[in-house]
Design a protein around this ligand. Sequence first.
Ligand code: G1P
Length: 303
Amino acid sequence: MADFEPVTKAVVPAAGLGTRFLPATKATPKEMLPIVDKPAIQYVVEEAAAAGLLDVLMVTGRNKRSIEDHFDVAYELEDALRAKGDEERLSQVQEPVDLATMHFVRQGEPRGLGHAVLCAKQHVGHEPFACLLGDDLIDARDPLLKRMIEVRGTYGGSVVALMEVPEEQVSLYGVATISPTSEDDVVRVTDLVEKPPAGQAPSNWAVIGRYVIDPAVFEVLEKTPPGRGGEIQLTDALRTLAGRSTAEGGTVHGVLFRGRRYDTGNKLEYLQTVVQFAAERPDLAPEFMPWLRQFLDGHAQAR
Ligand code: G1P
């Protein structure tokens, strides 16, 4: 490894309004919606911790207090469970508290992902950091972030995670122009475009919600004008960094991810994620899977 500074901090933007899940998200942050019985955001913090990032900054907004509570000690609940001798639930309640040191900052105005990342400037300082978007869950068996941190250690600069998506989906993502490196799973990113219209994407390699970012991004974000959707886009700032040398905080590399990713950002994929996670749960699958099969058979016959 070259001698680039180690990555120790994670930034998790969690200030979105969650409009796709209304009315559920009227008073509950979308990050707290459960995947079976664990809020989606806990998986994200678990992933950061598993990659050695024990300092997690959440960028939140109004109505997000339950996220803070989730990662804090719940004395009354713990006392009640302790009194009942329910050790298993007690440890489930304590688990999120022990994962990492949590910090919170508020975004104020929702001015886009780039702006959310800019809110982390003071906390992050001059170190490279990881950024994890809560809508994307990465299967713990396919560690991506660790590899991205390794790639940052080798090449410096910033690192994005890229996944090949079908043509009709490119307009939902940041899309990269890439060129090969000597490593099979690593590419140089020479250009990036946020949510290109169908037919105009430079490739099918989409940026998914994991980043390792050079602190030079802050100075770039401060000068990045609103882009697609009138929002300050992280993709646009990374595009600027892709055109710079390492000495100027630049170069962007991509790790090609071929593992399991679950999108919880829209209703259909959220439902699919819940079913997939339930299918892997030893306490639920033995009853859930035969029921699901029967349900689908019955459904097919009824049509
Ligand atoms: C954001 C980014 C986009 C990226 C995507 C990954 O978009 O702006 O570049 O591809 O996350 O999930 P969002 O899904 O928040 O609209």
